[in-house]
Design a protein around this ligand. Sequence first.
Ligand code: ADP
Length: 619
Amino acid sequence: HLFAIARDITERKKLEAAVLESEKKIRSFILQAPVAMCLYRGPQYIIEIVNDELLAIWDKSFDSVINKPVFDALPEAKDQGFEDLLHKVYTTGEKYAAFGIPITLPRNGKAETIYVNLVYQAYHETDGSISGIVEVVSDVTEQVVATQQTEASEQRFGAAVEAVQGILWTNNANGEMEGEQKGWAALTGQSYEEYQGYGWATAVHPDDAQPTIEAWNEAVKELKTFVFEHRLKTKSGEWELFSIKAIPLLNKDGSLREWIGVHTNITEQKDAEEKIKSSESQFRTFADSIQNLAWIADAEGWTYWYNQRWYDYTGTTLEEMKGWGWEKVHHPDHIKNVIEFIKEAWKKDAAFELTFPLRRNDGEYRWFLTRGYPVKDANGNIERWIGTNTDIHEQKIINEKKDEFISIASHEMKTPLTTAKGYVELLLLSLKEENQTALYATKANQAIDRLNLLITELLDASKIQNGQLNYTITKFDFNKLMDETIENIQYSAKKHSIEKVGNCLKQVSGDRDRLQQVLINLLNNAIKYSPNANKVVVKIEEQDGSMQVSVQDFGVGMSRQHIDKIFDKYYRVQEHAIHFQGLGIGLYISNNIVERHEGKMWAESEPGKGSTVYFNLPL
Ligand code: ADP
């Protein structure tokens, strides 16, 4: 029995020694292994043995990790899934191996992701039970990053090929197409056999084939980038235009490896260019064929284009004219006004009109009417200005002559008219004395009054023209003037009743007769242009610093486009001209009188509903 015990002890000792021996072996194996390794022991994965390679990957010191559970030593690794993996290996004994997996660890003071190949292998006791796990790690970050970069650059290349929307092909160092060329086959419909060597040239338009081959051979000979354009018969059978660029790829030793080329379809682009060219030439032909001088300026008014007529008329060049060069051909007496006006006009975004004299190539000045139109982009911002200048010289002279004639004629007519008026009044008197009916004489007298009014208006208009309309300024009660005027007009107005609303208690300073002329004109118009209505409303009110008067009727009215023009000399609304008599100068004179009193005149109107004409005077 004792012997048996002794044998047992010896056996156990032997066994222990064997175990010790094997542990020693594994320890030295791990410590000397050329890869990063460690042994975790027990279900807590105590770091029992770890070599310097692994410590380097962890960026930890030996003392900080040894004999500690791994997730105490490396708490950062805990939430990256390794715990489950270790657990699986520990409980099942199955080996775990992974390649290029990421681990994020604090290294060099910051979180860094590295890529590793990782093996977990169960560590078995002699009785077969699992008591730990051996870990083998190798850092493959560099390879992984390099692969990622290659993949990215391949992806980029793929995207680039798609992005150029061209057809990519390669030729060998001799400039021949070799092997399968999917892009080329898809583009031209040529078969593999057809495009090999110089076969591709048969897809090129017969007129372009020879020049293409010559240029290509030259590029191949000189190893320079090949740039060309030619027509190709595409798969659909259509001839389409392509631009080609091919680049020689060189080996490290400078010898030619292959050519890589791209065909880009430019048919549409060329068509669009052609269209632009033809529309541009159309525009130029058009611009040069018109009678007017024409110009284009940028949004700031910097003129950069004139039509040929401009240069012919002024005898200048673009060099002299561009920007603000046009100032040189304006009349010195007018240029200041023109510049002031134009500068204001550029600021607004509306069309403008202005008349001025321009110097002809022989030094003579002629009058022009310029019209500028803003050209806007999609957002409504002004892109440029387009303008025309129309020669209105003859017209202006004729108008001046007409004005002069009217002035003389009305003056001449005034004298015999005054004489006739005098005799008719005498006639009326003597008829009354003889108790005879004076109907005919009264009618003649009225006709003379009307004629007198017309001639007076004409004379006034020509006086305004020449700055000879004189004013006698006094202070007076406008309210009273208004009551008097209404009473006068009401006397001869059979159908309309004139209603007055409001009053003005302040004195007005101005020419009483001229202002009465304005009132008479507005009231007469209101009655004249509302033959089917029976009232006219006159409003007078005080507004801070001014007095506003309005005369409203319920008559024919007028459409928008006429409203601002009715104050122009001789302007009459076309539709009215057939039914109503007049010269189109009453409002011109009235507006002038109001302006001379530093007031303003304007109108509102709706066709069929009536009009209201306003004016104000400073108090
Ligand atoms: P006219 O002698 O022709 O009436 P005015 O200078 O007084 O000349 O007016 C100019 C034009 O304005 C007229 O021809 C007419 O077409 C229009 N007009 C003026 N007042 C009115 C109004 N109250 N209603 C409608 N149209 C008017």
